[in-house]
Write a protein that binds this ligand. Structure first.
Ligand code: ADP
Ligand code: MG
Length: 632
């Protein structure tokens, strides 16, 4: 170790070691993607230089032709990827090539199972990036100089646990990555192979990707002239910003490859929408719906938003001002003439143009989903991955509430399966004659919803009920009160109102029963005292003896439990106990002696709470009472 070169050996962060190990193991059959990742990084580095040079022209020095170069040496078994982009300082090298800074990394690593195919997918979602070089190389050398620095840095590693870093002289700015190929990966040190990979994965990269081409001069008779070899650089990729090209000239494969570059995703997108807008606002957008949820979808600081360009100059990743939060899964690019090149995140927040673009892009994204919905299988994949994010929509975006409502999918008693694949329009098309409302129930799990006592009358009458069981559902429903002119009603709240589904006679019969049970109701209320808000008879039950309901405007059971779990104060609400007058237990209650009456009434209440998925304040007391009754 000499002080002159300031050489030191450092250990990788634990997460990097784990990731490297798993990646090498599970991505073996996809190993050619290393080139895409390194080119992608090189292109990002060129974008960053162009951006920083906006207010510091000097960064270009005498070399303003941004480019990526790929070379190989068959004999030595190396492949080199070089760029003249921004480069990295010593600190940046240590941070970027020695740690993983993404939030949620630890949780992500825990999900990996050692099963090759599953892990390959997960790692793909996480983003393989620079470290993918180690899938094909047993040693990687990075030589880099930041555009604004004098000193260069060399980083070397065998990908095993540590890396060595030293200061070097480097004349040109930018980064050069040299892969020393593993024995079984020497096939990549081949001109034909590399050219094919560049075209396959990196055609859409705007920066030219060049490779050397050696030609031998020929004499007049067409014979090669010995010793006349000339090597020139040849641009191998299309090298034009993909979104600038007319739609008709971009193939699906190119759209997909571009998605992988901007989204750092490994798998194909489900769909995309490419639009050029001219007029008062001028911009081009290319939006994608990913095929699966990224690992940080629910992280507060997870990446979201679009990649922003101003007149083809890259400005920033993750510009979140262009789409609402509930569309945070949408990835893409926006390129506009209407913003200044010096725009910052702070300025974006205040710019009225940005607001206009945001509402236009929101419509585009919703339209793209509407189109996707025509493909049942594709839409289901979307819904399974992002449905619970889209459900934030009605609360966040009142103006587009109807459009969002059309995109929602639910489990319902019609299918009785956990698959959320029924739309509100499907529901409405099946509504019974005389039915005015769309009914739903919210519970903690699908089974709790499906088996809720509240559904008994609905099942008996063949009236469909939406079975909601996502954490977000109560929040969603508190903002979605109407669809297609019909109100949405929680079957566990307020008085049961089946509207015109029930005939006059039925209603009268119910009133008669209610009258007949007035005494019982009074006695139960006295026995339960403050535990309940009210006691009444109901006809919503056919099999169960009792159930609890809330008043129309009370916070629902699900929301209460979520807030309690989060340690938030919850207003105290007492349930309404409803009794099924036809049930044997209720009949027995009527004839019970005073001392047993109280116990029996409490058991009915506790049972009803349990059936709702609720927790008893004193479960032991419930068990004791029940046992006493069983042995009596
Ligand atoms: P990502 O590209 O998703 O950020 P990578 O693992 O591919 O993750 O790269 C990690 C970081 O290393 C990049 O964000 C960048 O800061 C830095 N980096 C990688 N390659 C280069 C390069 N050629 N030039 C400059 N910086 C680079
Ligand atoms: Mg990368």
């Amino acid at each position: 170790m000499t002080t002159a070169t300031h050489e030191e050996t450092l250990g990788f962060q634990t997460e990097v070691k784990q990731l490297l190990h798993l990646m090498i193991h599970s991505l073996y059959s996809n190993r050619e993607i290393f080139l895409r990742e390194l080119i992608s990084n090189a292109a990002d580095a060129c974008d960053k230089l162009r951006y920083e040079a906006l207010d510091n022209d000097a960064l270009y020095g005498s070399d303003s032709d941004l480019r990526i170069e790929i070379e190989h040496d068959t004999k030595a078994g190396t492949v080199t990827v070089r760029d003249n982009g921004i480069g990295m300082s010593r600190d940046e090298v240590i941070r970027n090539l020695g740690t993983i800074a993404k939030s949620g990394t630890a949780e992500f690593l825990k999900q990996l199972s050692g099963e090759q195919q599953k892990d390959a997918k997960l790692i793909g979602q996480f983003g393989v990036g620079f470290y993918s070089g180690f899938i094909v190389a047993d040693e990687v050398t990075v030589r880099t100089r930041r555009a604004d620095a004098e000193e260069g840095v060399e980083w070397r590693s065998k990908g095993e646990g540590e890396f060595t870093i030293a200061d070097i002289d480097k004349a040109e700015r930018g980064t050069e990555i040299i892969l020393h190929l593993k024995k079984d990966a020497k096939e990549f040190a081949d001109d034909f192979r590399l050219r094919n990979l560049v075209r396959k994965y990196s055609d859409h990269i705007e920066v030219p990707v060049r490779m050397p081409k050696t030609e031998t001069a020929k004499d007049d008779e067409g014979n090669e002239v010995e010793g006349s070899e000339v090597t020139t650089w040849e641009t191998v990729n299309e090298a034009q910003a993909l979104w600038v090209r007319p739609k008709s000239e971009v193939s699906d494969d190119e759209y997909k490859a571009f998605y992988k570059h901007i989204a750092h995703d490994f798998s194909d997108p489900l769909t995309w929408s490419h639009n050029k807008v001219e007029g008062k606002l001028e911009y081009t957008s290319l939006l994608y719906v990913p095929g699966r949820a990224p690992f940080d979808l629910y992280e507060r600081d997870g990446s979201r938003g679009v990649r922003l360009y101003v007149q083809r100059v890259f400005i920033m990743d993750d510009a979140e001002q262009f789409l609402p939060l509930y569309l945070r899964f949408v990835k893409g690019v926006v390129d506009t003439k209407d913003l200044s090149l010096n725009v910052s995140r702070e300025l974006l927040q205040k710019d009225p143009q940005v607001d206009k673009m945001k509402s236009a892009l929101t419509k585009r994204a919703l339209d793209m989903l509407k189109k996707l919905a025509k493909d049942k299988e594709g839409y289901q994949a979307f819904w399974n991955a992002f449905g619970s994010v889209l459900k934030e929509g009605p609360a966040e975006d009142y103006a587009n509430r109807d459009k969002i409502a059309d995109l929602l999918r639910f489990s319902t008693t019609y299918t009785d399966t956990t698959v959320q694949d029924q739309s509100l329009a499907d529901y409405v098309s099946r509504m019974k004659e005389g039915q005015q409302k769309i009914y739903y129930i919210i519970a903690d799990s699908f089974n709790a919803a499906k088996h809720s006592p509240h559904l008994e009358i609905f099942r008996k009458k063949g009236v469909e009920v939406l079975l909601l069981h996502d954490r977000i559902d109560e929040w969603l429903m508190s903002h979605l009160t109407e669809y297609d002119g019909k109100s949405l009603a929680d079957v566990a709240k307020g008085n049961l109102d089946l509207g015109d589904i029930e005939g006059e006679e039925e209603k009268q019969a119910q009133e008669v029963t209610a009258k007949a049970k007035e005494d019982l109701v009074k006695r139960v209320k006295e026995a339960l005292g403050d535990e309940v808000q009210e006691v009444r008879v109901t006809h919503r039950l056919t099999d169960s003896p009792a159930c609890v309901v809330l008043s129309e405007h009370d916070m629902g059971f699900q929301m209460r439990r979520i807030m309690e779990a989060a340690g938030q104060p919850v207003p105290e609400v007492k349930p309404i106990l409803e009794l099924n007058p036809e049930h044997a237990l209720v009949t027995r209650l009527e004839t019970a002696e005073d001392d047993r009456f109280g116990d029996l009434a409490r058991i009915l209440l506790d049972q009803a709470i349990i059936a709702e998925g609720g927790h008893l304040n004193d479960p032991a007391a419930y068990v004791k009472r029940l046992n006493a009754l069983l042995t009596a």
